[in-house]
Design a protein around this ligand. Structure first.
Ligand code: NAG
Ligand code: NAG
Ligand code: NAG
Ligand code: NAG
Ligand code: NAG
Ligand code: NAG
Length: 468
């Protein structure tokens, strides 16, 4: 089906004073600073040249752009309208580029990237973030515009020196490659230099400009030009964690010493609705991972030996999942699950198992929780590096459910940390991060951990039966 398509990257051109062009392709100059989320991205390349992509501000720390805009390093320019104005601007360098892990340079699937800024953007009249659109009922978003500094005239070699914008109409076309992209056709469209700019519909960002497709329509012998914009809703999930009700994140913690917790597992959950999100887990031996039952998914990818989520290490799949038979999705009772790996984990300096506690009934002390969950309050993205936090367990009476440990206070796991281990003073695993609740008495935050020592028999029976 894609055989006729010729992909053209909307990669940036060089900027030049002569590039000042206006008013072609149905584009017109934007009202200055009417699109305060727009980012002009300076790409510094290996060969020491500089060129540009577009991007947009998601919050104080993150800019989104296309993965094919990758460069040696970047400078993000915020609050720009006229690129030669001295009036500018916040110039912030980029600390880390996080392309989608499945970005494919050949067919440009998953062409999306997050850039983490080295220092916070300062919001003002000319600089502020844009909200992401939601998929809604699956119909195409309407009243869409694109804005960018890309060339607005076919015959110029240079970018526009002022921000241009134009209306685009999305089309429903199966030739546009599939469920992860929006396509617009003809007329006004993003052009070279516009890679990474947002597709904005009714004030929210729905897509990232990626490429244009030229399709020779069989009998008509004319070119259809379509522009592909990566669908944010679909792709953000692999980068970001969104409001999983009872998945948890570490708040008030600090970065772990890399590879100091070699039993930690990042669990990619592939869901029925084709989205992907994450839980934590931990390695019990070469064949089994333990996590929470509420982390159950259609299928899984198990990532071992990682500290930074964008470095690759051992990647294994799961042969069987064994959520506890008594798991209750309403009150999170028996929230524990074993995953039997499809092939054996290879132990090394960065990958090894953790022993389970046997427990004498007393409350363990000096406990730590680690995970890649969200590390700041009101932050929508996962932590890139493994975080950890000390937690103090409180009396069982304060626990909302049986067979649990509980800790109290703001510091602790949060969204994305579900399924990770509670590890105490002897370095053994005592609990599985389960749920977060408000205390009835004093409104404090209580975190519940499934008490592993209460499940010894269940764990042994499964491991003995299925271990190879
Ligand atoms: C510079 O910024 C000020 C205030 O934001 C604005 O009034 C002025 O028009 C800008 N000048 C240029 C050349 O953009
Ligand atoms: C990238 O896309 C091409 C064309 O669709 C495909 O042949 C190739 O297998 C893909 N590469 C990866 C790593 O998925
Ligand atoms: C672009 O869309 C806006 C709102 O959807 C509309 O007001 C405006 O007239 C359109 N402009 C053109 C040139 O079609
Ligand atoms: C699950 O928990 C809820 C609330 O405690 C309870 O009402 C329900 O009966 C439980 N379901 C099962 C299958 O035990
Ligand atoms: C462990 O991780 C470090 C840094 O992430 C890496 O350089 C090293 O090669 C890894 N070691 C093994 C045995 O995988
Ligand atoms: C966390 O606990 C460890 C060991 O129990 C201790 O050495 C460390 O100082 C604690 N850190 C904080 C921030 O309380």
């Amino acid at each position: 089906m894609f055989i006729h398509l010729k992909l053209t990257l909307l990669l940036a051109l060089t900027l030049d004073a002569r590039g000042y062009t206006r008013g072609r392709n149905g584009n017109h100059e934007a009202v200055p600073h009417s699109r305060p989320y727009m980012v002009l991205l300076e790409r510094h390349m290996e060969d020491k040249t500089t060129n540009y992509c577009g991007g947009f501000l998601l919050n104080e720390d993150f800019v989104m752009t296309a993965a094919h805009c990758q460069a040696k390093f970047f400078t993000a320019l915020l609050g720009v309208h006229h690129v030669f104005s001295n009036n500018v601007t916040q110039r912030i360098s980029v600390e880390q580029a996080i392309p989608h892990i499945n970005f494919n340079r050949t067919d440009l699937s998953n062409d999306i990237m997050l850039l983490k800024l080295t220092s916070d953007a300062h919001f003002n009249k000319n600089v502020s973030p844009i909200t992401l659109g939601e998929e809604g009922d699956g119909s195409l978003p309407r009243s869409c515009i694109v804005s960018g500094w890309g060339k607005s005239n076919k015959n110029t070699k240079y970018m526009s020196s002022v921000l241009m914008e134009g209306n685009v109409t999305l089309i429903d076309n199966e030739r546009c490659n599939g469920e992860k992209v929006y396509c617009s056709m003809g007329g006004t469209r993003p052009a070279e230099g516009d890679s990474g700019i947002p597709l904005v519909c009714e004030g929210k960002a729905y897509g990232v400009a990626s490429s244009s497709l030229r399709d020779k329509v069989a009998q008509l012998d004319r070119d259809l030009i379509m522009s592909a914009q990566c669908k944010l809703v679909t792709l953000m999930f692999a980068l970001a964690l969104h409001g999983q009700v009872y998945t948890l994140k570490i708040i008030g913690g600090h970065e772990a010493v890399p590879h100091s917790r070699p039993y930690m597992v990042l669990l990619e959950r592939h869901m029925d609705d084709k989205t992907t999100n994450f839980c934590g887990g931990f390695l019990l031996n070469e064949d089994f991972v333990m996590t929470a039952a509420h982390c159950q998914a259609k299928s899984y990818t198990v990532l071992l030996g990682i500290h930074n989520v964008h470095t690759k290490s051992q990647t294994l799949s799961v042969k069987h999942d064994f959520p506890h038979k008594g798991y209750n999705a309403t009150d999170y009772r028996n929230d524990i699950m074993l995953l039997k790996l499809n092939s054996k984990a290879k132990f090394n300096k960065n990958v090894s198992a953790i022993a389970l506690a046997e427990g004498d009934g007393s409350l363990p002390s000096s406990c730590i929780v680690s995970g890649w969950g969200i590390s700041k309050k009101n932050e929508d993205y996962m932590s890139v590096d493994l975080m950890e936090v000390n937690v103090t367990l409180v009396d069982e009476e304060q626990c909302p459910k049986a067979n649990s440990y509980c800790s109290k206070g703001e510091a602790g796991p949060a969204e994305g940390d579900s399924g990770g281990p509670l590890v105490c003073k002897d370095g053994k695993a005592y609990g599985v991060v389960c749920a977060s609740l408000k205390s009835k008495n004093d409104d404090a935050r209580i975190t519940a951990y499934t008490k592993i020592t209460d499940y010894g028999e269940w764990i042994n029976s499964i491991i003995q039966k299925y271990q190879e």
